[in-house]
Design a protein around this ligand. Sequence first.
Ligand code: COA
Length: 229
Amino acid sequence: MGMPEIHVVQRDNRHLYEQYFDPYFRLRHDIYVKQRKWMALDRPDGREIDQFDTEDAAYLFCLDGGQLIGAMRALPTLMPTLMSDIFPYLAIRGPVHRADVYELSRIFVIPERRGEHAGPRIEMLLLTAIMEYGISIGLTGFSIVLESWWLPRFERCGWRAHPLGLPQMIDGMSVLAVLVDCNETTWKSLCTQIGLTNPTLTWHGLTGVNRQILPDISLLHSPTVQPAR
Ligand code: COA
């Protein structure tokens, strides 16, 4: 089995990935509505699509042998976000609106590919890939509205999350807003943890996108941030 590929999908190359969008939105419905029971996201057509799935959204699609096995969404924070439009009260100083920060949401891995496998964990691969994406397009951070169980997971893998407010109970979940650092140090540390030696993202059809080409990981400085043990 080859290494799953992580594809950047956004406005300019979305037409190349049209076949994946219907399964993608159905998977989101299965995972968030049926499994996690986030009933506010329920839709009669069995697809979980919200007001933030616009042409400004960027997606990472994790594909293995042509099958979508995981994904994540990134929204420019200069546009409406979950934090600005749905959960503004979670950020004490107000929602993040910055050109150099994107908001992450809807990270998932299909149930049969969760946990540890022979290769790197898909979830870790996505966390590594989104750092690579952020650095490539010049971001310095990611804002996220998340459940607090993510915090120890971020801590373990070396993601540095700064709280923007206090956790609140929302629909029985402890939820808070954070800003996560996006930098080469974190990226390199993640790559080392999962055994990646090269940038991993596939940028099909995105030659027009202004981005920094990242070097081999071995050419970067040693990470100073170590994941907590
Ligand atoms: N509540 C609390 N802890 C959770 C959790 C949840 N809903 N989902 C995952 N975790 C934590 C637990 O510590 C879990 O360990 P456990 O199985 O011993 O309880 C650990 O994460 C490992 O999770 P697992 O599901 O085995 O797989 P993973 O690490 O490969 O993938 C996710 C993690 C979140 C990507 C995967 O669980 C997923 O796709 N979940 C559904 C989508 C989702 O809820 N995304 C987050 C909000 S957008």
